[in-house]
Ligand binder design. Structure first.
Ligand code: FES
Ligand SMILES: [Fe+2]
Length: 362
């Protein structure tokens, strides 16, 4: 089973994965013909939505002399650079006009492109696909979508900025051992409720799954579902590059959530939590109640990561232990396997051979 502890490498490259979709900004933060500046994987982007409703994302640098396009004007169709007035169609990035050109100029502006990225709006986010510069011919996969299981449902989003590398955000997400210490609250669980856990994981494409099981009895929200009197199952998936999906089913009732940890730069990331459900549809103010408790929960993680960032500034040696940190080890192994497959062009060699049962106390 190898050594009981694994040091976390501190000298890797920036470890940010290209070739994936990332949520760039909430849809509700883009108003009319506004240009918004965002950063993904250290790349500055200008994003927005055309008057025809098409989302777009371009590198936030004019291909002429590099001034941010987000400082320009946008009429709902074309983005005009604030320096020399070149105009760009923002979905394709194609230049449509160079005002300084004489009518008889042989330069065709339409052969010039600002760098445009695939963009799509799903689940209340504008998603941007960051292609892998090493594998430019890999086709763009469909943008992620939160699984939902009925026609009518409620959906909400919460977010928090974390001052750490995305890897720490992600392994915090899949780390079962911090629950009793970080997420103590009368309405959730207490430190005294710590007990032995046994969960079986299995490999899925680009990730792993905690196979459907009855949720742990020491979490109050799951106990609440007991009012429906049907068996409750929960299934948790982690999928590269940064997504944790959780589905809870109880008869026809369901709750589905996706947490993503998005690399903004090598030293900052953002948690986006998106949840949809059809449970307790009759309870008034449920959305507000959910958002209240949900944001408290995320804030507990955020405060912890702010403290952790203070410690990590001094580059201390770190370790991952069995079994509570095994999912984190799998995450690093999956990342390495993905990068290797991009390098060789071979299919990804999944680091998890088959179903594996882990034990820990939380
Ligand atoms: S820098 Fe943008 S038009 Fe010249
Ligand atoms: Fe947490």
């Amino acid at each position: 089973m190898g050594t009981p502890t694994t040091p976390i490498s501190r000298n890797a490259d920036d470890g940010l994965l290209c070739g994936f979709w990332y949520p760039a900004i909430r849809s509700s933060e883009i108003h009319g013909g506004e240009l918004r500046q965002v950063t993904l994987l250290g790349v500055p982007l200008v994003v927005g939505r055309t008057a025809a409703g098409n989302p777009f994302a371009m590198r936030d640098a004019c291909p002429h002399r590099g001034i941010p396009l987000s400082d320009g004007n946008f009429d709902g169709k074309l983005v005009e650079c604030c320096y020399h007035g070149w105009k760009f169609e923002p979905v394709s990035g194609q230049c449509r006009e160079i005002p300084s050109l004489m009518p008889d100029s042989r330069l065709n502006p339409e052969k010039i492109y600002a760098k445009a990225f695939p963009a799509e709006e799903n689940d209340g986010y504008l998603w941007v696909y960051i292609p892998d510069p090493e594998a430019p011919s890999v086709p763009t996969p469909p943008a992620p979508r939160l699984p939902v299981f009925s026609q009518r449902y409620k959906i909400t989003q919460l977010a928090a900025d974390l001052p750490c590398h995305v890897d720490h955000g992600i392994i915090g997400l899949m780390d079962p051992a911090h629950g009793p210490f970080v997420h103590q609250a009368w309405w959730w669980r207490t430190r005294r409720s710590i007990r032995e856990k046994e969960k079986t994981f299995e490999p899925i494409p680009n990730g792993f799954r905690i196979i459907p099981h009855a949720p742990s009895a020491n979490s109050a929200p799951y106990r609440l579902l007991g009012v429906y009197g049907k068996p409750i199952t929960t299934q948790i998936d982690f999928v590269l590059p940064n997504m944790r999906f959780e589905q809870i089913h109880c008869g026809d009732y369901w709750f589905s959530s996706r947490t993503t940890v998005t690399p903004v730069t090598a030293s900052h990331c953002r948690i986006d939590f998106c949840a949809a459900w059809n449970i307790f549809a009759h309870v008034p103010f449920l959305l507000s109640i959910f958002r209240f408790f949900g944001s408290r929960f995320i804030d507990q993680d955020t405060q912890t990561m702010i403290k952790q960032a203070r410690g990590l500034k001094h580059n201390p040696p770190l370790m991952l232990i069995d079994d509570a940190d095994r999912p984190a080890k799998w995450y690093f192994a999956l990342k390495a396997a993905y990068q290797e497959s991009r390098r060789t062009g071979e299919p990804i060699k999944h680091p998890i051979a088959g179903p594996t049962t882990l034990h820990w106390r939380s």
